[in-house]
Each structure stands twice: as structure tokens, then as C-alpha cells.
Design a protein around this ligand. Structure first.
Ligand code: ADP
Ligand code: ZN
Ligand code: MG
Length: 498
């Protein structure tokens, strides 16, 4: 965002670097066997290791390490052959050990980049590192009177922290960057990406500097933005705040600020002076992580096609417009649904249109993911087929689509609901068009015979009467006549009889 302040002649630009915490989808916690599942009764998923009893020994979760490597490979990081865990020391009630196990000077992944596109312009955002750490517990302040409660179910669950270089320049780029990373971790199946529940969290570091200046300005760190929209809004607010402060002769204080989504502002939480000295040191209880070629090779062999590559393939292979390809590949499950339908004979653009239109509309209405979609690809392909054959029109198609989606069918009462076919529903609901030219012809003949005045006026040049005749045929057929055939027949009849 460039803000031109003419009176000062100073144009500022923002510098943004993001730290993303992604909760890894492992069965168990990072250093013990407790379940890492979200949503259980408070403090039911704990053991001496994750509540920090003395004398216990942590053992690193191999799956979590593999997930970080998998992610690192997908974004072109260098995977360290040797890395280790470090203790980050601080006190907080939800951190029973008095330190968090993290990584410091030797993370698993370094370097790499994520490519984003904003307004058609592609940019590479560099990554500093990806490291592995454990999460803290959760303090609960609401609904507990004047006390605070602590739930340690989350204590010790594995987190992957992805740190970007200060390469981001606008709030929109920041949101795009998070979107892209979210898609990547979801494609890889290493994180569910749920921002509302906090399994994907983002802290934003932001500073401003006069355009042309090389050195960075003093940054603030913003926390507590749990949606793409809030990331954008919080950054917009913070950039404006910093520029205003500088223009008034003030100076930026390095501090952590909280985004308040109700007020739409960021507020100071703690300044650098109050910041912790974490006294990092290598964790003596944990052996270093060694990644050998065999493990790397095995993880590489599990590589899946990433969103960008899939989008490009959808464009080249199926001839889809960039917009369609982008939407269909934003989620792996959506892309798979599409490809299944095409494999079953659906015409790619038609499949795409129905998915992006009716299907997304119905899913959004119920706030559902495509995995929960009641409609199966073969059902859509069946629908496309009868539209193509002229057995139904597009309006009826929407009715049938909805009936299949909600599994509303009566006629095939003996069949399980998931076998509802488009043709079956069309028949049952009386939506099949009359495409039999002979049948339509006799109706057309009768209507022309019944309306001699109109027929004469039409032949005399009053073309508007075409609408009248089409309307009459539709009335007589309860709207079921194939409109294309009706039009052709009417034109033929009203001329040749001349
Ligand atoms: P800290 O020492 O406060 O942890 P780091 O140098 O480790 O800061 O960087 C943390 C994050 O802040 C990174 O994502 C980095 O890209 C970003 N960052 C660093 N300096 C700046 C700055 N001046 N303006 C904006 N972002 C910055
Ligand atoms: Zn435990
Ligand atoms: Mg740092």
C-alpha cells in the first residue's frame, strides 16, 4: 500500500514479514503419547510429560518431523541433515514446564519461497525457516467467575512455525501468502488449516519506510487475526497508524499489538522493554534430529501435486479459464471431485460451471466442505448428459441438481437415495422435455389453426407474435416442449403456409 502524502512529499511503503503457526495433524502429541485431537473435555489428554512433571523424558514424534520435512520440500527449503531442539524459557500458567521446546539456531528447514499472485502479478515471497515446536496449553478466562482456568490438552501438541522474509509489501499480498500456505499444508495433509479454531495462526510483523529507502523501519508485531480478512484489515490499520505517527513527528515503538476485530484497531499489548529474554539453549533431554538420504527419499516419493502445478495442468489439459482452474484447485478435494466427473465423461467447462455455480452456492449456504457434499460426480455427469440430449432444459437442471444434492427423490423409492439419478428425478418430477418433433408438430399445427388472426398478422410481418405462439405451445405442454424444436417448427409452419 503506497500512501502519497503530498504536503510532506513523503511516500511510504510497508514492509511485512509473517510468522505462521500450523498445528500438525498427528495422532499423538510432540513428545508424549497423548492424543492431539481437538475438542476433548479439558485436561483429559495429559500425562506426566506434557504437564511438565519432574524426572520425565520427552521422545520426539517422528511423524511430526516428517510433516515438517514434507512441507519444507514442497516450498523448496533446504532440509538440514542435522538440527536440534532448544528450550525457550518463560513463565506462564499454561506452560507447566516453564519452557517451551522449540528450535532455535538449527531449524529443520531453511530458505525456500512461496509464489503468490496479486492482481495478476506474480511474486516470490522468501522463507527464512520452518521449525518444529510444541504448543502451550490454553488459559480460559470466560465463564469462570473471577478465576482463570487452564486446559492442558493442547500443551505439547506439535506446531510447525513458518517464518517469512520481510518480502511482503501490501496487506493483500499478506493475505494471499497465508492463503497459499494454507492450501499447501492442506494439500499435504499435514494441517487442517482451520483458522477459526486456531490450527493455523498468523502473527504479522510490519514496518513502514519512505519509498526508496533501503533500511527497514521499526516494526510492530500484530497478533490475534483469525481470518484472511482480519489479516488484511489489521495490516491496513497498522500501516496507516504508523504513517500517521511518523508524519506527526512521532516514532514507532517496537511492540506487540493485538488486533481487536470489534473495534477494527490494533492495540498495544507489550513493548520491547517488557519483552522476554528467552535464554534459549539446546534441550539436553532430546537427541538431535538427523535426516538421512533414505528418509528424504522416502518423503520425496510421497510428494503430491501442489496447487500451482495443478492449476496450470487444469488450464492446459482441460482448457479451463485461469479463474476456473484457480478456484477448482484451491482445495484438493474440489480438484479431485472435478477430475472424477471429467473422467466419467463430463465436459470440463460444463462440470466447472455447475461446480462453481450451483454446487458452491449450496455448500456455502450450509457452510459445508465439498467432502460433505451429498452429490456425487456421476450424478452431475448424468445431469449434463440429459441436458445435452435435450431431455431437460437448464432451469429444470437446477431443480434436479438441488434434488440430488438434498437426496430428495420419491419415485425410485426402492433404490437407496445415493443412487438417485438425474433422469429418474426428471421423470418423477415431470421435468422431461418433449423433444419428439412429431408430438410437438401436432400441437403447433393445432395452435396455428386455432389462432388464424394472429397467424395472419405474423405472416404480414408482425414478428412480435412469435412470442405469443411460443407461449401458447408452452402453455399446452406445461412448459415441457423443447424450446429449440418449438421455435424451428413455428418458423417453418408460419412461413411455408404462406
Ligand atoms: P524478532 O527478533 O522480533 O523475532 P525477526 O528478525 O526474527 O524478529 O523476524 C520476525 C519476523 O519479522 C520475520 O517474519 C521477519 O521477516 C519480520 N521482520 C523483521 N524485521 C522486520 C521489519 N523491520 N519490518 C517488517 N517485518 C520484519
Ligand atoms: Zn502427554
Ligand atoms: Mg525472531
Amino acid at each position: 500500500m503506497k500512501v502519497n502524502l503530498k504536503e510532506q512529499g513523503v511516500q511510504y511503503e510497508a514492509v511485512i514479514g509473517l510468522e505462521i503457526h500450523a498445528q500438525l495433524l498427528t495422532e499423538s502429541k510432540m513428545f508424549c503419547g497423548c492424543s492431539a485431537k481437538f475438542g476433548a473435555e479439558p485436561n483429559t489428554q495429559t500425562c506426566p510429560v506434557c504437564i511438565g512433571m519432574p524426572g520425565v523424558l520427552p521422545v520426539a514424534n517422528k511423524k511430526a518431523i516428517e510433516y515438517v520435512i514434507k512441507t519444507g520440500l514442497a516450498v523448496d527449503c533446504k532440509i538440514a541433515p542435522y538440527s536440534r531442539f532448544a528450550r525457550k524459557n518463560y513463565f506462564y500458567p499454561d506452560l507447566p514446564k516453564g519452557y517451551q521446546i522449540s528450535q532455535y539456531e538449527l531449524p529443520i528447514c531453511e530458505g525456500g519461497f512461496v509464489e503468490i499472485a496479486v492482481d495478476g502479478e506474480k511474486r516470490k515471497i522468501g522463507l527464512t525457516r520452518i521449525h518444529l515446536e510444541e504448543d502451550a496449553g490454553k488459559s480460559i478466562h470466560e465463564g469462570s467467575g473471577n478465576m482463570s482456568l487452564v486446559d492442558l490438552n493442547r500443551a505439547g501438541t506439535p506446531l510447525m512455525e513458518i517464518v517469512s522474509e520481510p518480502d511482503i509489501r501490501t496487506p493483500k499480498e499478506a493475505a494471499e501468502y497465508v492463503k497459499k500456505l494454507r492450501a499447501i499444508v492442506r494439500y499435504l495433509g499435514v494441517c487442517d488449516g482451520n483458522m477459526e479454531q486456531g490450527s493455523l495462526r498468523c502473527d504479522a510483523n510490519v514496518s513502514v519506510r519512505p519509498v526508496g529507502q533501503k533500511e527497514f523501519g521499526t516494526k510492530t508485531e500484530i497478533k490475534n487475526m483469525n481470518s484472511f480478512r482480519f489479516i488484511e484489515k489489521a495490516l491496513e490499520y497498522e500501516i496507516k497508524r504508523q504513517i500517521k505517527l511518523l508524519n506527526e513527528g512521532g516514532r514507532i515503538v517496537q511492540e506487540t499489538r493485538l488486533w481487536d476485530s470489534n473495534k477494527g484497531i490494533t492495540e498495544s499489548m507489550r513493548s520491547k522493554e517488557e519483552a522476554h529474554d528467552y535464554r534459549y539453549f539446546p534441550d539436553p533431554d532430546l537427541v538431535p534430529i538427523e535426516v538421512n538420504d533414505a528418509l528424504l527419499k522416502e518423503i520425496k516419493s510421497q510428494a503430491v501435486e501442489m496447487p500451482d502445478a495443478k492449476r496450470e495442468r487444469f488450464i492446459s489439459r482441460y482448457g479451463l479459464p485461469e479463474h476456473d482452474a484457480g478456484l477448482l484447485t484451491s482445495e484438493k478435494a474440489t480438484a479431485e471431485w472435478f477430475e472424477e466427473a471429467v473422467k466419467l465423461g463430463g465436459e470440463p467447462k460444463a462440470v466447472s460451471n455447475w461446480m462453481m455455480g450451483e454446487m458452491m452456492r449450496l455448500l456455502n449456504k450450509e457452510n459445508k466442505q465439498i467432502e460433505e457434499c451429498g452429490l456425487k460426480p456421476e450424478q452431475l455427469v448424468g445431469l449434463l448428459k440429459i441436458i445435452d440430449e435435450g431431455k431437460i432444459n437448464v432451469i429444470a437442471g437446477k431443480t434436479i441438481f438441488e434434488a440430488m444434492y438434498y437426496k430428495q427423490g420419491y419415485m425410485i423409492g426402492t433404490l437407496p437415495k445415493f443412487q438417485l439419478t438425474a433422469e429418474g428425478i426428471a421423470e418423477e418430477k415431470g421435468l422431461l422435455q418433449i423433444s419428439d418433433a412429431g408430438e410437438i408438430e401436432s400441437i403447433v399445427d393445432r395452435i396455428i389453426a386455432d389462432s388464424p388472426n394472429e397467424a395472419e398478422r405474423f405472416r404480414g410481418g408482425d414478428m412480435k407474435l412469435m412470442g405469443f405462439f411460443v407461449g401458447e405451445v408452452m402453455k399446452a405442454t406445461k412448459g415441457k416442449a423443447n424450446p429449440k424444436i418449438v421455435n424451428e417448427l413455428l418458423k417453418k409452419k408460419l412461413k411455408t403456409e404462406n
